[in-house]
Write a protein that binds this ligand. Structure first.
Ligand code: SF4
Ligand code: SF4
Length: 152
């Protein structure tokens, strides 16, 4: 076992430097010298106020073979989770549609409160479309497009 430092958490207080009996925790390079580390005595781990040092194991236990019961249970859970994901995705599109309509209604309410109301019928849409085709450079075409989006 040996100590490793997460340099993104290290605030360079240097407490580890003082407590380490072997001088393994060099803060200049940001590295801890694993060859000098006393098999994880953990003095530096306990001293670090930023929780920047942790211990790493040098060897991992051998992976055990899974029994067929465990494998089939895992597969079952996997299929159940992917099914749930598909359901969430479906709900998400419903949610998006609901959000779209809610924003549309909110936009209309704001326009109404501002004293501006335009009839939501086919004639209004045709009128706005004809204005869009007009050559007049003074027409506020972006606003007309926004109105069309709101009405359609
Ligand atoms: S004690 Fe922690 S914060 Fe301070 S220098 Fe060592 S690793 Fe960095
Ligand atoms: S675990 Fe002990 S020997 Fe290793 S770096 Fe930390 S204080 Fe030094």
């Amino acid at each position: 076992m040996y100590a490793v430092r997460n340099s993104s958490l290290c605030t360079k207080d240097c407490l580890c430097l003082f407590v380490c009996p072997t001088g393994a925790t060099d803060t200049e390079t940001g590295q801890i010298d694993a060859s000098k580390c006393l098999d994880g005595c953990r003095l530096c781990v306990d001293a670090c106020p930023s929780h920047a040092i942790s211990l790493m194991v040098t060897s991992f236990p051998e992976r055990k073979e899974k029994s067929s019961e465990v494998s089939s249970s895992l597969q079952e859970v996997f299929h159940s989770k992917t099914g749930q994901l598909a359901m969430v995705r479906q709900q998400q599109s419903l949610l998006e549609r609901a959000l779209y309509h809610s924003l549309q209604i909110l936009g209309e309410d704001c326009a109404r409160e501002e004293g501006f109301m335009i009839a939501q019928d086919r004639k209004s849409i045709e009128l706005l479309q004809s204005l869009l085709e007009c050559e007049d450079p003074d027409l506020p075409k972006d606003t007309i497009r926004e109105l069309l989006d709101l009405l359609s």
